[in-house]
Design a protein around this ligand. Structure first.
Ligand code: ADP
Ligand code: MG
Length: 625
């Protein structure tokens, strides 16, 4: 028998390919199963035009069997088979794809898409096998042929006996090396897992003899092993099914089967898009935050399938960061894959899909907000923070997408409200959307700074998360209404005393200057307060950096020591003010004592740390005795 060499340069190319295209050896199985599925589909297409051929789906299957002793792995299909010439042309020539040629000649039908296209997948077998033997008999041929190769120096072809139409592929699995184990490709559980992972949605049954246990007859508590042929793959992808045929339980089952999370999905989105790119997708919004969600380890992404075959486990490009909590999969026939089928050739289709998915997720969330507020709030408790990060990041590039999804606790409604709800309640005279920041709603409720705004009957949004104010700064305004902190120097509220403040500040200039010099480096100004009603003092901020922002920035690892320009505001109508005035006239020491006490009180109310707590308590004692 003459050994035929591979076509020119094939040998080198083969080596190169086998060792560099694929990142994981396990995909050889995906490639061989995909070929088998293609071969069966080809019978289906034949039956459409050839009366002599009928296609009874039940007759077709892919069998997989491993023999540990012999170190062989066998794949058998009942597909269309290969003639001698086809064995030679398709397997003997790298980058020659019989399937691509077939696709070009045939009008493909939905549900029977041919997977192959590059003519290299078959060679992946040489990543795990020393020798590959292919025995094949075609639908029309009498004679079967055997093709055999060790992958490096050519192949042989000879006639053999084979009864059934189809193809058997025998892999002589490599011996383990020092740093690589090949035994795993002979292990039932591993083969099952690989099939499930990549080929779960191959249309034809992938059958394997699986070892099971059963109670031994006439014995108590003893078990015996037995072999049972099982279908490993689920075959029909749920995303190809009609939405109307599917129940919530089906989606939940899918969520669990796919290990998207340990929880139940809160919402699912089932998309069948037939536009510029065709794709199906099933997306989930989880009920709970994944345990590693806010850690570095968390990887966003959706599973990406091409024609039901898994291409990528976590395709990050399909999801913007602010929707990184979304789980699920996308299947498309329109992806142009690269040769390893692990990556995409062009990301144009992917970009289109990603854009489409983004807007679908957004509109689903909006619908949820409208129709099931409780559920939306539940979602928001888990992932609202991520939406706010989304508003803030990239200099607000996505704020238009996200602002409608934000919610904050409202002082008047006593629940979470949206920005548009807030604005709809604003009276004509109210210029700003007011907010107050603090550790908790309870704490903000007691903030003296909020008194005037609250007194005016204006609604105040409570910001309790560190990201809140930064996100809002990025928004600047909502429906042309600017945001305003209740602690900002100018509240934009006309009060009766407005005109008097300047006079009062002038009147007390001497006192305020003295206090200012006692608080050098701590506050930039001391002023009469317009916003205080019952409390004696508070801190406000001049300029862009608010006190809450200072707190957040100070807590960051790359603390740049950014400080707010703090202003100590005094309530002139409070008895304390009179005491201050008297002290300023008669007792400088007392003035210093009072000034420090008031400043420290203001810090405490703001939730800022006291620089000298012991000094503060000493001061209190001095007042008491
Ligand atoms: P591709 O699948 O991308 O075409 P492969 O290297 O996987 O490339 O396979 C090369 C060709 O060999 C296929 O196009 C097909 O014509 C043929 N082939 C491979 N496996 C089988 C099989 N099990 N049955 C019939 N034909 C096959
Ligand atoms: Mg192939």
């Amino acid at each position: 028998m003459v050994k035929k060499p591979f076509q020119a340069e094939s040998k080198r190319l083969l080596e190169l390919m086998i060792n560099s295209i694929y990142t994981q050896k396990e995909i050889f199985l995906r490639e061989l199963i995909s070929n088998a599925s293609d071969a069966i589909d080809k019978i289906y297409y034949r039956a459409l035009t050839d009366d002599a051929v009928s296609f009874e789906k039940d007759r077709y299957a892919i069998h997989i069997a491993a023999d540990k002793e012999e170190r062989t792995l066998t794949l058998s299909d009942t597909g269309i088979g290969m003639t001698k010439e086809e064995l030679e042309n398709n397997l003997g020539t790298i980058a020659k794809s019989g399937s691509l040629a077939f696709k070009n000649e045939t009008e493909l039908k939905d549900g029977h898409d041919i997977i192959g296209q590059f003519g290299v997948g078959f060679y992946a077998a040489f990543m795990v096998a020393d020798v590959v033997t292919v025995v094949s008999k075609t639908l029309d041929g009498e004679q079967a042929f055997k093709w055999e190769s060790n992958g490096t120096d050519g192949y042989t072809i000879e006639p053999v006996e084979k009864e059934a139409v189809g193809t058997d592929i025998f892999l002589k699995i490599k011996e383990n090396t020092e740093d690589e184990s090949f035994d795993e490709y002979l292990e039932e559980y591993r083969l099952k897992a690989i099939i499930k992972k990549y080929s779960d949605f191959i249309r034809y049954p992938i059958k394997m003899n699986v070892t099971e246990q059963r109670p031994k007859e006439d014995s108590e508590g003893e078990f015996e092993e037995y072999k049972e042929e099982q279908i490993i793959n689920s075959m029909v992808p749920i995303w190809r099914k009609n939405k109307s045929e599917l129940t919530n339980e089906d989606y939940e089952q899918f969520y669990q089967d796919k290990h998207y999370g340990f929880d139940q999905p809160l919402e699912h989105i089932h998309l069948s898009v037939d536009g510029a790119v065709r794709y199906n997708a099933i997306l989930f919004i989880p009920e709970n935050i994944p345990f590693d969600y806010y850690s570095k380890e968390f990887e966003k992404g959706l599973e990406l399938y091409a024609n039901g075959v898994l291409i990528m486990e976590k395709c990050a490009d399909l999801l913007p960061d602010y929707f990184s909590f979304v789980k699920g999969m996308v299947d498309s026939e329109d992806l142009s894959l690269n040769i390893s089928r692990e990556m995409l050739q062009h990301d144009r289709q992917l970009k289109l899909i990603a854009k489409n998915i983004k807007s679908k997720i957004k509109s689903q969330l909006q619908t949820l907000m409208k129709n099931d507020r409780d559920k939306y709030e539940k979602f928001y408790q888990s992932f609202g923070r991520q939406l706010k990060f989304g508003v803030y990041s990239d200099f607000g590039a996505s704020k238009d997408v996200l602002q409608g999804l934000l919610m904050f606790y409202s002082s008047t409604e006593k629940k979470l409200v949206t920005l548009s709800e807030y604005v709809s309640r604003m009276g004509d005279e109210q210029k700003y959307i007011y907010y107050a920041t603090g550790e908790s709603n309870e704490r903000i409720e007691k903030l003296p700074q909020a008194e005037l705004v609250a007194d005016k009957g204006y609604e105040i949004l409570y910001f309790t998360e560190d990201i809140d104010e930064f996100a809002i700064k990025m928004l600047r305004s909502y429906q042309d209404k600017e945001f305003k902190s209740v602690s900002s120097a100018d509240l934009g509220i006309e009060t009766d005393e407005e005109t008097d403040t300047k006079a009062e500040n002038d009147e007390n200039k001497e006192l305020f200057n003295q206090m200012k010099s006692l608080l050098v480096g701590k506050v930039t100004d001391v002023r009469v307060s317009k916003r205080l009603k019952t409390h004696p003092v508070c801190l406000a901020a001049d300029g862009e950096v608010t006190i809450e922002m200072e707190k957040v920035l100070q807590a960051m690892p790359d603390n740049q020591n950014v400080k707010a320009d703090k202003v100590l505001e005094i309530n002139m109508n409070h008895d304390v003010f009179r005491a201050l005035k008297q002290a300023a006239e008669h007792d400088k020491e007392k003035l210093e004592l009072y000034t420090n006490l008031l400043y420290n009180q203001a810090l405490l109310i703001e939730g800022l740390p006291l620089t000298d707590p012991v000094g503060f308590t000493d001061d209190m004692c001095r007042v008491m005795v």
